[in-house]
Write a protein that binds this ligand. Structure first.
Ligand code: ADP
Length: 396
């Protein structure tokens, strides 16, 4: 994965001649990094790993796909005392899929450390199984609801937890999650270290996090517009009959046609398509499957087992196209995704930036195409006003 680093964009390239051994002492962890394909640290890794290892509270911001997960995974692994078989690190994330992904990254990085155990604790899977996993796990990765439920029982002994990591912190500080985070935080030992990561960063976020941090160090690598250098963003106007402009189904029909054309005209390995409506997402998937594309869909209405299965199919390259809700707009890393299509715009610019960040992972090139129907012009204008570069799709 890391062999091509010299061809990657400046988001992930550093000029200094350092490798991970200047940042990390643990030789088994270094070996795991090497075996996972990581040779040189990215800028956020170079800056944030040393601070995190010092034990200070930390807020780090960098664009999607620039290696933040490796930062806190390394900090978490190094924080563990291998002779203590109790939870010592808790990593809180907003979605179940991100939790599973992080567990797998940590397991990969710690593959040479036999005594290190990391487990995911997420809703939708068996609580009894979680009670069993908790007895042998040192790094817990989970979603707020399930972690909170576990803290409510006497099954989780939190006295050895010394580090809490909040990934996608802006999302965790939103109203739906914040009370749960507070609950979890207050039940951990008072001396813990707290680190928070986010691709977006606002004054409100800083203020919300203040309640959890003691004079945090701040690492910010993003400028005002956190899109990736290597992601080209385009829009394409979808043609709808003038007398059908007010008919949502007709607009979707035209957009589906446009998706079909895009997929046959733009070369891609894997594609993620975002829609705001679950029934339309299912229809589009069926339509694409009928056209011969190996397609699947994911949204919060599926069972957890179904969600895990479709993500595995995508990672194993058994699907070329994944039709999604904003459930996986954030944090999900599938490195072959080089095309993102927005059939609908999301409600917020930040969500848009997260969606687009699903491609262009670690400086590889990617394309995002927005399909513009009659009601999408305002959002497009808002993006342009925000400084995001979105051009008309050539040849459309
Ligand atoms: P973020 O958390 O910032 O969205 P990730 O940590 O998921 O980004 O990393 C994005 C991709 O880059 C992943 O596929 C990861 O394996 C890869 N990656 C991360 N750090 C390195 C590195 N130092 N060298 C090579 N690849 C890396």
């Amino acid at each position: 994965m890391a062999s091509n680093i010299h061809h990657r964009s400046a988001d992930v390239r550093i000029d200094e001649d350092v490798d991970f051994s200047t940042l990390i002492r643990n030789s088994l962890l270094l070996k795991g990094l090497g075996q996972s394909g990581y040779a040189k640290p990215s800028p956020i890794q170079l800056q944030a790993i040393p601070l995190g290892r010092l034990g200070v509270d930390l807020i780090a911001q960098a664009k999607s796909g620039t290696g933040k997960t490796v930062v806190f995974s390394v900090i978490a692994i190094e924080a563990v005392n291998l002779s203590v078989k109790q939870p010592q690190v808790i990593i809180v994330v907003p979605t179940r899929e991100i939790a599973i992904q992080i567990r797998d990254v940590i397991r990969n990085l710690s593959q040479c450390m036999r005594n290190l155990s990391c487990e995911a604790f997420i809703g939708g899977l068996s609580v009894q199984e979680d009670h069993r996993k908790i007895t042998q796990c040192q790094i817990m990765v989970g979603t707020p609801g399930r972690l909170m439920a576990l803290m409510n029982t006497d099954k989780l002994n939190a006295k050895d937890i010394k580090l809490i990591v909040m990934d996608e912190a802006d999302k965790l500080m939103a109203d739906i999650f914040k009370p749960q985070i507070q609950y979890i935080y207050q039940r951990l030992p008072t001396t813990k270290q707290c680190i928070a990561f986010s691709a977006t960063f606002t004054d409100e976020l800083l203020e919300s996090l203040n309640g959890f941090m003691k004079s945090p160090q701040i690492v910010r690598l993003t400028t005002l517009v956190p899109t990736l250098e290597e992601v080209q963003q385009y829009y394409e106007n979808v043609q709808v009959d003038e007398n059908k402009m007010e008919m949502p189904l007709e607009i979707y029909k035209a957009k589906f046609e446009a998706v079909g054309q895009l997929l046959s005209k733009v070369p891609f390995y894997q594609c993620m398509i975002f829609l705001n409506s679950v029934p339309r997402a299912m229809e589009l998937t069926k339509w694409l499957t009928d056209m011969g594309w190996q397609s699947g869909y994911i949204h919060a209405g599926l069972t957890q087992i179904q969600r895990i299965k479709v993500m595995e199919q995508m990672r194993d390259f058994k699907l070329r196209v994944l039709v999604c809700s904003d459930l996986i707009a954030r944090g999900i890393d599938i490195d072959r995704v080089n095309l993102v299509i927005n059939v609908d715009f999301p409600w917020e610019i930040e969500t848009y930036l997260h969606r687009v960040g699903r491609t262009g992972r670690f400086g590889m090139s990617g394309i995002a195409v927005n399909l513009i129907g009659p009601s999408d012009h305002d959002f497009l204008q808002a993006l342009l006003d925000h400084g995001v570069t979105v051009n008309p799709l050539p040849g459309s």
